[in-house]
Design a protein around this ligand. Structure first.
Ligand code: SAM
Length: 254
């Protein structure tokens, strides 16, 4: 694997106590074992960050395979271009000019309007690791529709979400949903009302309908064990793991 991004850039993606290299390797292993990812596949990485998946994937895809990643943060995309794209010509990274309260400086377009810069039926697998945890429903529904458009028939989408349902309080007794995401919007909850995309959690019923509406079929069951934040988080604070609610959802075109 190529060298890791500097700590100052990684800090913007997830706490440094999430092991960046191990979580990336885990995600790749899940894609291979759960989703049948093959070295010759074409992969789309939505909200690619600073290459958590791209780094291990660069040692897995062969020259028939290809990777496209995009993100709204220029400095992350630049690091990926310089350190991964320069060594692997089949790995392309782009900045998406989309406004986001996570720090993007592009005011002109929102996630609800953004058209992915790829042809229809381009990819075997689309991956969104902790991307939908930063999109509100209009952006989520547009991105799901764009995934459907750009996936080939038989392709697969792997995405992680903060999800809750009526049982969440019993399943996660240590810390209340209302404390983590206090602002209730019915279908979703926000951590910060004045910075909606800083952290978003979805009601399971809404999310299932959103997938159905765009034409994606969820492959059961949800896989909380396949979400990098849930499995790699060390014991935190009161002894309970951080980000309990993060769940991996696997889906295919209906
Ligand atoms: C928690 S980070 C995860 C990054 C990467 N997938 C990983 O697992 O390390 C979320 C990423 O989504 C990006 N992002 C936020 N809104 C976005 C949008 N509308 N389109 C594309 N990327 C977005 C952020 O800039 C950030 O890099």
């Amino acid at each position: 694997m190529s060298h890791l991004p500097p700590r100052r850039i990684r800090k913007g993606i997830s706490p440094l106590w999430f092991d960046f290299a191990d979580t990336g390797e885990d995600q790749l292993q899940f894609l291979v074992e759960l989703c049948g990812l093959q070295p010759s596949h074409r992969v789309l990485d939505i909200g690619c960050g600073v290459g958590r998946l791209a780094l291990p994937l660069s040692g897995y895809l062969n020259d028939k395979g290809a990777y496209e990643g995009f993100d709204v943060l220029d400095h992350m995309v630049d690091w990926c271009k310089q350190n991964i794209g320069s060594r692997h010509p089949n790995f392309q990274f782009r900045t998406a000019a989309v406004a986001s309260t996570t720090g993007s400086t592009f005011p002109e377009q929102t996630a609800a309007d953004y058209r992915f810069p790829y042809e229809d039926n381009s990819f075997d697998l689309a991956y969104a690791g902790s991307l939908f945890t930063h999109l509100t429903p209009a952006g989520t529904e547009n991105y799901l529709a764009e995934v459907l458009r750009t996936l080939r028939p038989g392709g697969v989408l792997v995405a992680t979400f903060n999800l809750y349902n009526a049982e969440s309080h019993q399943r996660f007794p240590g810390r209340r949903l209302e404390e983590i995401w206090p602002h209730d919007h019915g279908a979703y909850r926000l951590k910060e009302e004045d910075s909606p995309e800083s952290s978003v959690a979805y009601d399971e019923i809404y999310l299932r309908k959103a997938y159905e509406k765009v034409g994606l079929t969820i492959l059961e069951p949800f896989r909380p064990d396949a979400s990098y934040s849930a499995i790699r988080a060390p014991k935190h604070g009161n002894g309970a793991p951080h980000l309990w609610y993060t769940t991996c959802v696997i889906a295919v075109p209906a």
